[in-house]
Design a protein around this ligand. Sequence first.
Ligand code: ATP
Ligand code: MG
Length: 437
Amino acid sequence: MTEANLAPAAKAPARLQAVRGMNDVLPDEAALWERFEGAVRRVLDLYGYRNVRAPVVEPTPLFVRAIGAATDVVEKEMYTFEDKLSGESLTLRPEATAGIVRAAIEHNLCYERGQRVWLTGPMFRHERPQKGRYRQFHQVDVEALGFPGPDVDAEQMVLLARLWRELGLADGIRLTINSIGDPAERRAHRAALIAYFERHEDALDADARRRLHANPLRILDSKNEAMREVIDGAPKLLDRLGPASRAHFDGLTALLDEAGLRFEVDPRLVRGLDYYNRTVFEFVTDRLGAQGTVAGGGRYDGLFEQLGGRPTPACGFAIGVERMVLMLKDAGRDAGRAPLAYVVHAGAAAAPLARRVAEMLRDAGHAVVLNAAGGSFKSQMKRADASGARFALVIGDDEAARGVVGVKPLREGGDQLALAAGELAPWLAAHARAGGG
Ligand code: ATP
Ligand code: MG
């Protein structure tokens, strides 16, 4: 026994709360998550992406090398700790691509052919919590490993557009693309950028000045409106691409045109992680206020080598699940996961029949909630209604004696009828179809 356990019993123990920026998802909202995840699975399946799973904890150097030491994520957002036994520095993953590439190298996944893979799960970044921005958040992460593009780049955008349609959100989300070129082009552009921003240093904020020499590309991503003009005038990498990068970008836009996918080219679009090259893209909405990017990604042709693997061109993206759920909620999407029937029963003879009927219907594939913890018929009927079920199945001692079940429609009106227990499953199947439930 610890001292805490021996403390005087008079005072109620303090209530513990979730860590700031880390959310509980309760059943009503979780139903929307499942709706989203179901659509994701269906769409990814249509394009031949296969699920993978990777650890939430990785060695810290993985993220420093992949994401880049001079990025916001690595500089100030990672949950890093020392393993108490080994002394190794470990980090809760702030994003999924680095871990997937680590796993692909470790298991030689792309040895024979390219691989389309995806995973979903929690990511961790120590950011200031606000609507659409949390410290534990969730992503669906999709990667095409071993493909030089631009066909897979376009395919991923087409896939995402299909997902938005599937979710009924297509008209609220638009696509923005850019090319940030290859390393040599980026170096030349970087030098031009530094020279330009040095000439305009008095127009830069403190953050931008600090980044000027470490990561000038990130200045272009600044949300400070006061720097809008100076950023607009900066040299654009898109105007200075070499022939191979140019051809890649032109190939991508031609494929998007062919697919009938509308997009905007934004020469200022850069992403917050260093591993990207050539294609970068974001799907953005105006419906969520400041946190408008619902999915973002791009090409990372150098990452495998950077992490000790063989050259493997690749392209991927991540969807922010919380932001998608917010959009579904705002659009009034009902997850519609109510049971088909709620079984109301009272009396010693009714209970065994109620249990038998519930199991019988589940055998037939119907979702059934069996009333628990007793209660009068009236209070049980209230619970039946609150469950969202389409039918209440009513069993009292009288029904039990006759071997029948009362069926009361809860949504579409109509009188209660009595059916023999054995007729229930086919009757419900017919009516579940008719009602589209
Ligand atoms: P943002 O500019 O919104 O910070 P980001 O560029 O940091 O996004 P990525 O690392 O590309 O984001 O992650 C992809 C997606 O994951 C984002 O578009 C967003 O939907 C979601 N996301 C990123 N960070 C958070 C967070 N802290 N909380 C909730 N969702 C997030
Ligand atoms: Mg961010």
